[in-house]
Structure formats: structure tokens, C-alpha cells
Design a protein around this ligand. Structure first.
Ligand SMILES: *Cc1c(COP(=O)(O)O)cnc(C)c1O
Length: 423
């Protein structure tokens, strides 16, 4: 393929853009992960990661792997073959997690839900209430179903467990929500939360980030699923000293350190608000195009990914192909039964209005190229309108602006702004 000039616009919902700051932080020589200095990096990192999960009692684990490895870690450390769990299925990621659970020998009661909706809270409460023998050991929820752009009501799922007075562990796939959409490990009494490095953490893929509650760690004692590399036990021996049972990826740890710093500097609540506002702009664009989202109602709308249904007679895969080859824009594909029916815009991670405006413009052009009837600029204008109307007040200026004649004044011999030169 010929070289395409300019930046690639990466708008798949993971991997996301890796900011320059993180790239620079990762660009280092390798070092001895058993040195006496290494815990200076790792111990504060474990502490600060708890803030991202909003937990004080949970324990964070960093495994080499991706979200999928995190799924396996969560289940094998806390359950035994033959254990019964319930899992709603409403998209490709919830489907794959269920498949993994079945393959490690769990009995999964699958609650099939229309793709485009989220976890069925009332049904979950009914099933748990009916389970008088307390046979169900776990409830598996994908917080943000990346395939359909649907966010589930986790607080509601917790209320369902509590209303049923059921002791099952709550497992959450937060791969495309944690660090982008509000997630509250302690408040929602989540027992194991899973994420990966390549989404909200703005890093390359390579780390499974898993957080376990004290209740989950206690369940470990009787959990019989086979596990070796992903065993919490080996981590629990090495991590308190700041070490790992095997060689960790040093650049990933430095990158994660920088990512957590960036998230905490911006403030988690501001990060969530930014994602929401950017997502609202995308949704305004979709409306202006006369298209609809896969998510069936506003209650399900995801602030990290929008799955946009293409009109009848148009193949979503063609939109994605033209966007990529002609405009250097990477959009997400429709997965499994949604293949061809939609394309996805990932809007999570290190992102601002103008970056996203580029993606909306590119999607618009690619759609027009493949025959979707729309007015160029309509989506971009709708997003702009939303963002202008909801822009934060400008912060006060740090310094007076440079007056146009400052450089030409004979008395000023420096090229610095006047205020600085005279200080
Ligand atoms: C990306 C993603 C995953 C994990 O995928 P990996 O490729 O293994 O990192 C799991 N669940 C959701 C919701 C995701 O978005």
C-alpha cells in the first residue's frame, strides 16, 4: 500500500492513542526488576491504581496479558470447575467471556439479552432470589459492552444482589470503562474487576489490570480451578515487597506510572466528564446524519464507544475500508452478528474535541463515498454545536499577552515576552 501522509487517526475502541508523555516515559533502558530501587516504582503505583478503581480495601494485580487474560485470572482464582455462575450476554465481549468461563469448566447460566441493551437488573434479582440453595457462585457483568456501545447499570446490579441477599461474587469486565467511565469498586462491592492497558490507560496492550476485593481473596482459598501463571498467590507473596514472581515489562510499568499520573492530574471526575461531553458530541453527529445507535435507549449509551448502524443496503465494512484507505482513519468494525451492520467510533483515552471532529469528518466522507445519503458537514456541525455550548469557562490567563510592538521596542533586547523580560 502506498504511504499515506499525515497522522493515522486511530478511532477504534482500543488500542487507543498513546500520548507523547507516555511514549517518552516508556522509552527507557531496561533495568533490574530485582534491584533494591525497583519498589520505589512499583509500591506507589499499586497504591495509586487503587484510586483509579475507587477502592481502599481492594488489591490490584498487574499481570502480563490483555483483558482476556484478566477474565481468566478473575475466574480461576476464585471458582472451582462445576461452579455455577450467571452471565448476561448482550454483545461479542460478554459472549467471549462466557465462552472462556465454559472452557475452564464453569456452569454458566446465560441470560440472553437483545444486543443494544445492557444487564437485565430485574431478571438478575429474580434469579438470585429464586436460588434458595445459594448455588450461584458468581455474577459476570461486562460494564461497557464495546461491541454495541452499551453501558450497564452496575449500581443496579449490586442492588439486585443485595435485594436478594445473595452472597455470589460480582465480577466486572471494566476493560472499556475503567479510567474513562465512573467505576466504584468499593461502593458497588465489586469482587473482581478486570481491565487492560490499551483502553482507558492509554498504553499499548500488554497488561491485564485486575482488582480483587477481600471477599474474592478469601474465595481463593477454596477455588480449585487450575492456575499457575495467573495465580494471585504468587503475586501476593512478591507484590508487598514491590516485586513480581517473574519478569515484568519494565516499560509498561513506567508507562502505567505516567498514565496514572495523567489521570490523577486531570482528576478522575474530570476525565469522566470529558468522555461524556465528547460522546455527546458524537451522538449529536449521529442524529444529524439521520442514523441511529445500536444502543437502544439513552440509559444504555456508552461514553467510550458509539456503535453506529448504517442504513439498509450499505455495508458497514465498506465505510471502514474507505475510511482507512482513503482518509487514514481507523474505525471499529461490527463484530459477530453485527458484522457489516454498523461501524464504531471509539472515543476514549487521550482525546479532545478537534481530534474527534477529525474522526467525525472522516466517517462522514467515507459514508458519502460508499453511498450513504447525508450532507457533508452535518455531523461535524452538530458535534461542534454541542461542544461550543458546553465548553468550560476559560481559565484565567497565566500572563498578559505579548503586545504587538514589544519586539520592536529599542529598549527591549530579548525575544522573551515583555513581562518576563522585565521581571
Ligand atoms: C477490549 C475488550 C476486552 C479484552 O480484549 P483483549 O483484546 O484481550 O484486551 C474485553 N472486554 C471488553 C469489554 C473490551 O472492550
Amino acid at each position: 500500500m502506498p504511504r499515506i501522509a499525515g497522522r493515522n487517526f486511530l478511532f477504534v475502541p482500543g488500542p487507543t492513542n498513546v500520548p507523547e508523555r507516555i511514549l517518552r516515559a516508556m522509552h527507557r533502558a531496561m533495568e533490574d526488576h530485582r534491584s533494591s530501587a525497583f519498589p520505589e516504582l512499583t509500591l506507589p503505583l499499586f497504591q495509586d491504581l487503587k484510586k483509579v478503581f475507587k477502592t481502599t480495601t481492594g488489591q490490584v494485580f498487574l499481570f502480563p496479558g490483555t483483558g482476556t487474560g484478566g477474565w481468566e485470572t478473575a475466574l480461576t482464582n476464585t471458582l472451582s470447575p462445576g461452579d455455577r455462575v450467571i452471565a448476561p450476554r448482550f454483545g461479542q465481549f460478554s459472549h467471549l467471556w462466557i465462552d472462556l468461563a465454559q472452557r475452564i469448566g464453569l456452569r454458566v447460566d446465560i441470560l440472553d439479552v437483545e444486543w443494544g441493551e445492557g444487564a437485565p437488573v430485574a431478571r438478575i434479582e429474580e434469579i438470585l432470589t429464586a436460588d434458595r440453595q445459594r448455588e450461584i457462585k458468581g455474577v459476570l457483568i461486562v460494564h461497557n459492552e464495546t461491541a454495541t456501545g452499551v453501558t450497564s447499570d452496575l449500581a443496579g446490579v449490586r442492588r439486585a444482589l443485595d435485594a436478594a441477599g445473595h452472597p455470589a461474587l460480582l465480577y466486572v469486565d471494566g476493560v472499556s470503562s475503567i479510567a474513562s467511565i465512573d467505576f466504584r469498586m468499593d461502593e458497588w462491592k465489586v469482587d473482581v474487576a478486570v481491565t487492560g492497558s490499551q483502553k482507558g490507560f492509554m498504553l499499548p496492550a500488554g497488561l491485564a489490570v485486575v482488582c480483587a476485593s477481600p471477599k474474592a481473596l478469601a474465595a481463593r482459598e477454596r477455588a480449585k480451578c487450575a492456575r499457575v501463571y495467573f495465580d494471585f498467590g504468587d503475586m501476593l507473596k512478591a507484590n508487598p515487597g514491590g516485586y513480581f514472581p517473574y519478569t515484568p515489562s519494565v516499560p509498561m510499568l513506567y508507562g502505567l506510572r505516567e498514565a496514572v499520573d495523567m489521570l490523577l492530574e486531570e482528576g478522575l471526575e474530570s476525565v469522566f466528564a470529558r468522555h461524556h461531553r465528547l460522546a455527546e458530541g458524537v451522538r449529536a453527529a449521529v442524529k444529524a446524519w439521520g442514523l441511529r445507535l445500536c444502543a437502544r435507549a439513552p440509559a444504555w449509551y456508552s461514553d467510550t464507544v458509539s456503535a453506529i448502524m448504517v442504513p439498509e443496503g450499505i455495508n458497514g465494512a465498506d465505510v471502514i475500508d474507505v475510511a482507512f484507505r482513503r482518509y487514514n482513519l481507523a474505525l471499529g468494525a461490527g463484530l459477530a452478528r453485527l458484522a457489516g451492520k454498523l461501524f464504531r467510533i471509539g472515543h476514549l483515552g487521550d482525546l479532545n474535541e478537534l481530534m474527534l471532529a477529525g474522526a467525525i469528518a472522516g466517517a462522514e466522507m467515507a459514508m458519502r463515498d460508499v453511498g450513504v445519503k447525508l450532507a457533508l458537514g452535518a455531523g461535524v456541525a452538530a458535534a461542534q454545536d454541542h461542544w461550543c455550548r458546553t465548553a468550560a469557562p476559560l481559565p484565567a490567563r497565566a500572563a498578559a499577552p505579548l503586545s504587538p510592538d514589544a519586539q520592536s521596542q529599542p529598549g527591549v533586547k530579548t525575544t522573551q515576552p515583555r513581562s518576563v523580560a522585565r521581571a
